[in-house]
Design a protein around this ligand. Structure first.
Ligand code: FAD
Ligand code: AMP
Length: 482
């Protein structure tokens, strides 16, 4: 038998976890190949969920729909009169498509520049550090590697009660490609994806009804933030129904009848399109041959330790495929850490406690670290300081004064334990908090840091001052005793 082609590293999956891992491996001098099976209109492409049907296209549509909504409803307040605002959905979708193409081709360029071999097809982990690749023409090639990184990501959860038919019932990918604005749109799931996509189509003109089984809204967020978010979304006309469990759907005459149960019993809702946004599941099926004995956790996540090592020596797993938040930047950091662990033979980690979470609605929501509920449950004593955007000059200039920044700091040491933001540009502002926490900063460190005026970041500064009851632009809770 002829010898198998071999690499220092083979990465399976070219999403933000896998392609970043491949680039970092190549930078560190390792011969690297990356297997991916994604097809866009029949053509192989890189970037995974994030670039093709996730972060990037959703943000393209969020931006476009915000502009449309602003031109229709908000520009007049700025003294800008725009008449006859109309929607060109095709241009909006084409712009999204062009962005995706530019960015995915950018990764192809980076692969070339770094000498990474792109193996197009379905990859499978075999025993003895081998990888089988089944190409689109069904040809099968087996490769050898010293190290293998599994990064096959996740897919939308498909629920039997609302089977995706890619027409009237869609998952998040389908909801990024409607060719018409649905008059009435149902969304199952008030999670991050359901809220972002619901916001897009609401701004473009749909009547949106969101059905959520849980009693609590955004339970993973700080309670004060989720309460404010619910208030803001409802004011925007998003019809969010909690404690509402979808039980059955029926499709007829291009419409979907959604059966659900709420506190008043059995109900029905008729919509033109239904988005199923009930979570994502790791792509661990068909990933490894049985004789590898690759260990999975509950929920079919590939089992890994802190350094993303699986139970098989020299085989790692990263990104949505493993525990932790299903976020692109989390997967990318794990990819870098694993590449460095392999190249330097020294364990490197990604600190899961400092992964920022973001919801790109209006207002945006972002947080890092622990929230009050978690601190109380853990019995950790803390001080809290918050500051509203309504007292920030720049927020007034932008006409976006809703929301606040809240900082939680250890009562004894003043070390920052969590930062929670709802408001304009929260996705950008949170980085200051992540950097501060990465350096184990105290709230006093932020309070003593000069923030430019007039900026939104002044809300962070004032919230830090507020931890010690000395915010300048708001009345403080109580006078400090001498
Ligand atoms: P993926 O991006 O899923 O990539 C996995 C890759 O592996 C794919 O290319 C797939 O084709 C390939 N693959 C799978 N199996 C095989 C196999 N056997 N052989 C070869 N290739 C295989 N996250 C954020 O951080 N910010 C956001 O704003 C954000 N917005 C989102 C919006 C939407 C609508 C969705 C759906 C997701 C969003 N996410 C966001 C989540 C983000 O997309 C994921 O966390 C991220 O893509 C996970 O990266 P990954 O590399 O682990 O997996
Ligand atoms: P996420 O996991 O953040 O994407 O959110 C998905 C949401 O969908 C969760 O909050 C679930 O409670 C919700 N969900 C799942 N199944 C149903 C259902 N049958 N009816 C209503 N909501 C659901």
């Amino acid at each position: 038998m002829s010898e198998l082609k071999s690499y220092n590293v083979i990465v399976i999956g070219a999403g933000p976890a896998g392609y970043v891992a491949a680039i970092r491996c190549a930078q560190l001098g390792l011969t690297t190949a990356c297997v991916d099976m994604w097809l866009d209109n029949g053509k192989p492409t890189l970037g995974g969920t994030c670039l093709n049907v996730g972060c990037i296209p959703s943000k393209a549509l969020l931006e476009s729909s915000e502009k449309y909504h602003e031109a229709q409803n908000a520009l007049a307040d700025f003294g800008v009169e725009v008449d006859n605002v109309s929607l060109n959905l095709k241009t909006m979708m084409d712009r999204k498509g062009t962005m995706v193409k530019q960015l995915t081709q950018g990764i192809q360029g980076l692969f070339k520049a770094n000498g990474i071999e792109w193996l197009k097809g379905h990859g499978k982990l075999l025993a003895n550090k081998q990888v089988e690749v089944i190409a689109t023409d069904d040809s099968v090639t087996t490769y050898q590697a010293e190290h293998i990184i599994l990064a096959t990501g996740s897919s939308p959860v498909d629920i039997g009660i609302a089977k995706v038919n890619k027409d009237t019932i869609v998952d998040s990918s389908g909801a990024l490609s409607f060719t018409e604005v649905p008059a009435k749109l149902g969304v199952i799931g008030a999670g991050v994806i359901g809220l972002e996509l619901g916001s897009v189509w609401k701004r473009l003109g749909s009547e949106v009804v969101i059905l959520e089984a849980q009693d609590e809204f955004l339970p993973m967020a700080d309670t004060q933030v989720s309460r404010e978010a619910l208030k803001q979304y409802k004011a925007q006309g998003l019809n969010i129904n909690l404690s509402t469990r979808v039980t059955k759907t029926e499709v007829a005459d291009n419409q979907v009848t959604v059966h659900y149960q709420d506190k008043d019993g059995d109900q029905t809702l008729v919509v033109d399109k239904l988005i199923v946004a009930v979570g994502r599941t790791p792509n661990s099926n068909q990933l490894a041959s049985r004789d590898t004995d690759l260990l999975l956790d509950e929920g079919n996540f590939v089992h890994v330790d802190e350094q993303c090592r699986t139970n098989i020596p020299s085989v790692y797993a990263i990104g949505d495929l493993v525990r932790g938040p299903m976020l692109a930047h989390k997967g990318s950091e794990e990819g870098i850490a694993v590449a460095e662990t392999i190249a330097n033979d020294y364990p490197s980690t990604c600190d899961l406690d400092l992964v920022p979470s973001v919801i790109y609605t209006l207002p945006e929501i972002a947080w890092v670290g622990t929230n009050e509920k978690e601190l109380k449950a853990a019995g950790i004593e803390y001080n809290s300081g918050s500051f509203p955007f309504a007292a920030i000059g720049r927020a007034h200039a932008m006409n976006q004064t809703a929301g606040f920044v809240k900082i939680l700091a250890d009562k004894t040491t003043d070390r920052i334990l969590g930062v929670h933001i709802i408001g304009p540009a929260a996705s950008e502002l949170i980085t200051e908090a992540v950097v501060a926490m990465e350096f184990s900063a105290s709230s006093e460190d932020l309070a003593r840091t000069i923030h430019a005026h007039p900026t939104l970041s002044e809300a962070m500064h004032e919230a830090a001052l507020s931890v010690d009851n000395r915010a300048i632009h708001k009345a403080n809770r109580k006078k400090k005793k001498k």
